[in-house]
Design a protein around this ligand. Structure first.
Ligand code: HEC
Ligand code: HEC
Length: 297
């Protein structure tokens, strides 16, 4: 798998290097700054965005628990077919973290996958989901992040080999897979509330949707279950043909981790439940309504 991926990427790179096409196509993009003009962040609502977005699951220090999880020192590693990525320090420390950033820097990172220096982030950072959040969500989150404790642990470099080490290559990948259109259309208000939680903030598809050889989500198999990156097991299907729990049962699972037959959530879902448990019951029922509205492929 890895060798094939390398060959595909090298071929793509070589094909495009000629004539500077590659350079033009892979320019880092920015959010529309006008959409952020005059927005004031509400830190309290930002806590909701933070919990729904699961930021602490990836950015807290390895082994942190309880309150320690609010110190976003980074250091957890994420294995994938493309290399091993290390979550950076996103605490408000001005040197080691993102304390010196602006709201627009955070918006570019979360919604365009671009750093303040213009580097493409790797999609191990789920910006393909966060691109669906609203500018107000980002502004509120920014206000909240600044209330968290700083950490001076420096961010660690990723362990990624050629050609994936050429981050401009990620620009090509984004042309294919970074889109802001939602997958499920619905006229129902509760389903739409669930859609923000599932498709945007909760990034459920990152684990529950299969990927193609280039690591892009197979949208026609949306939430039908997938192998987890780095051989960490399987995330089951969430479409009604796979999951026959009632909406109340789904909400209960997202609150306590208990399945209808009193099994409990395990593996990577444990962290997710820790986050969804902090949402309101109405939010969890909205997630359940969204899952029930999914088409059966
Ligand atoms: C699945 C794990 C995961 C989740 C969830 C996640 N991140 Fe990240 N994040 C990463 C990784 C990995 C990187 C490094 C990407 C790179 O350097 O190419 C990153 C990078 C970042 C950066 C860039 C930091 C820098 O120093 O350049 C910011 C800012 C960030 N994340 C904020 C957030 C916020 C806010 C949330 C919650 C809404 C969040 N992340 C959720 C894994 C995650
Ligand atoms: C980091 C990967 C990951 C993310 C993100 C994730 N899940 Fe899961 N999910 C899993 C895994 C792994 C399991 C299997 C847990 C187990 O074996 O106990 C699971 C199980 C579930 C189940 C139980 C299904 C069953 O048949 O037992 C539900 C419901 C669920 N997830 C919903 C969600 C929702 C809703 C989201 C987004 C808010 C989400 N998941 C995000 C990995 C993930």
């Amino acid at each position: 798998m890895y060798t094939l991926l390398r060959l595909v990427f090298i071929a793509l790179l070589l094909a495009l290097l000629g004539g500077g096409v590659f350079w033009v196509l892979t320019r880092p993009g920015h959010v529309d700054s006008a959409a952020y003009d005059g927005l004031t962040g509400d830190a309290e609502r930002g806590k909701w965005v933070f919990d729904a977005g699961g930021c602490a699951s990836c950015h807290s220090a390895p082994g942190a628990s309880g309150e320690e999880k609010l110190t976003l020192a980074g250091g957890k590693s994420f294995a994938s077919d493309f290399g091993t990525f290390l979550a950076p320090n996103i605490s408000p420390d001005p040197q080691a973290g993102i304390g010196a950033w602006s709201l627009l820097d955070l918006a570019d990172a979360m919604q365009r996958g671009v750093s303040p220096e213009g580097r493409h982030y790797y999609p191990a950072f789920p910006y393909t989901a966060y691109i669906h959040a609203a500018p107000q969500d980002i502004a509120d989150l920014w206000a909240y992040l600044q209330t968290l404790p700083p950490s001076d642990s420096p961010s660690q470099p990723h362990q990624v080999g050629f050609p994936f080490s050429i981050s401009r290559g990620v620009g090509l990948w984004k042309m294919l897979y970074l889109t802001d259109d939602f997958t499920l259309a619905s006229p129902d208000e509760e389903v739409l509330r669930g859609r923000i939680l599932v498709e945007a903030l909760g990034h459920c598809a990152e684990c529950h949707t299969p990927r193609n050889a280039l690591g892009g989500l197979e949208k026609d198999l949306w939430l039908t279950g997938a192998q987890l990156a780095g051989g960490a097991g399987r995330a089951p299907g969430l479409t009604p043909d796979h999951l026959d729990w009632s909406e109340e049962e789904i909400a209960e699972y997202l609150s306590s981790g208990f399945t209808p037959d009193f099994d409990s959530a395990g593996g990577e879902m444990t962290d997710v439940v820790e986050n969804t448990a902090k949402l309101s019951q109405a939010d969890r029922l909205a997630i359940a309504a969204y899952l029930k509205a999914l088409p059966t492929p």
